[in-house]
Design a protein around this ligand. Structure first.
Ligand code: NDP
Length: 333
């Protein structure tokens, strides 16, 4: 491939401060950063962080020019690594790619082999990006609940921000594993969608953002929280004795206005989950579980595929909480 297309974010002079402009440009291999593996990118995807990068929110991009896209999957075109051969199907998620290092909104990308995992045999690269960082994080949250001792017989579990990317995948996996899943959403029109993923019940965002008492009625055996702030405090106050809550997101805010009561009187465990810097064995385990515990039909139901051009519009939509499920980006469309 002599020339290829990529989304490039650049900083240009502005008044009173520099501003970010994002456009599709033509690049060559010589423009790509250093690394021991060159990847023909089949697919990337859209995560909340990508929305921040595309819109310039929170200055998530650490250096310019930057090719955003925190995830990608494709085949190895050139390899200087013992772990990968030309033609291998690979997945990259996290590690600061799309923020500090060039990412997946490109037909081709060069990277470090120690950031790549092999795409599981049972999974296409399209499915891998239907999952992406959001799905990997959801799987890691489910593993955290299991490691905390939760089983389907422990009782109902709650997923917050359920119509979003992490939430949708968490609902589908937990339902497939036999849990009774209740989904919190601020979009009542997504109830049919959430039930199609396996949710048994839907709880309104308004109900879950009422400031909680230190302890409320014991309702949930566990939860996957993607929202943070008052919602996470509410979830903790409603968690049953010995329950486990996996917290991975801040869609509603980075604060946590809670008390120690759920921890000291109900033995509740709050487990943080980070997929971005997760070590390789943790990732490999989670991808292997995703290959078996996320039904392909469920994934298809939550995925929309878009070309690079659509990113310029859809970036603000994910920040506004208007994107449902997962958006896969096909740079070759
Ligand atoms: P999405 O935007 O796809 O989903 C977030 C969902 O949260 C929305 O769809 C909406 O769900 C809900 N939501 C949005 N705004 C609010 C609000 N103000 N109050 C309450 N609920 C709200 O994002 P992702 O699923 O990709 O990511 C979710 C969170 O997880 C983000 O904060 C992201 O940064 C974080 N994350 C963390 C990772 C980690 O490694 N720890 C990795 C990946 C993501 P609904 O419409 O159903 O209410």
């Amino acid at each position: 491939m002599s020339e290829f297309r990529a989304v490039v974010a650049r900083e240009v002079p502005g008044d009173p401060k520099p501003k970010q402009v994002v456009a599709i440009e033509r690049l060559t291999d010589a423009d790509l950063p250093e690394g021991d593996v060159l990847v023909d990118v089949h697919f990337s995807c859209l995560n909340y962080k990508d929305g921040m990068a595309l819109t310039g929110k929170n200055r998530i991009i650490r250096s310019y020019p930057m090719v955003p896209g925190v995830d990608y999957a494709g085949t190895v075109a050139e390899s200087g690594s013992d772990r990968f051969s030309v033609g291998d199907r690979v997945i990259l998620t996290g590690w600061g790619v799309g923020e500090r290092y060039w990412g997946g909104y490109s037909q081709r990308q060069r990277t470090r082999s120690d950031w790549l995992v092999h795409c599981p045999d049972q999974m296409t690269t399209l499915q891998a990006m239907g999952i992406g960082t959001a799905g990997l994080t959801a799987m890691m949250c489910v593993i955290a609940l299991e490691e905390g001792g939760l089983t389907p017989s422990s009782g109902p579990v709650l997923v917050t921000g359920a119509a979003g990317g992490v939430g949708s995948v968490a609902v589908a996996i937990l339902a497939h594993l036999g849990f009774e899943v209740h989904a919190v959403t601020g979009r009542p029109e997504q109830e049919t969608y959430l039930r199609s993923l396996g949710a048994s019940g839907v709880v309104t965002r308004a109900e879950m953002t009422e400031p909680p008492k230190p302890l409320e009625s014991e309702t949930w055996a566990g939860a996957v929280d993607t929202v943070g702030s008052v919602m996470l405090a509410k979830v903790l106050a409603q968690t049953k004795y010995d329950g486990v809550v996996a917290a991975c997101g801040l869609a509603g805010g980075a604060d946590l206005p809670t008390s120690v009561m759920p921890f000291i009187l109900r033995n509740v465990r709050l487990q943080g989950v980070d997929s971005v810097m997760a070590p390789l064995p943790v990732r490999e385990r989670a991808w292997a579980r995703l290959a078996t515990d996320l039904p392909a039909g469920m994934l298809d139901a939550m995925v929309e595929v878009v070309p690079l051009e659509r990113l310029l519009d859809i970036g603000p939509e994910i920040i506004a909480g208007q994107v449902r499920g997962r958006v896969v980006v096909d740079p070759n469309l």
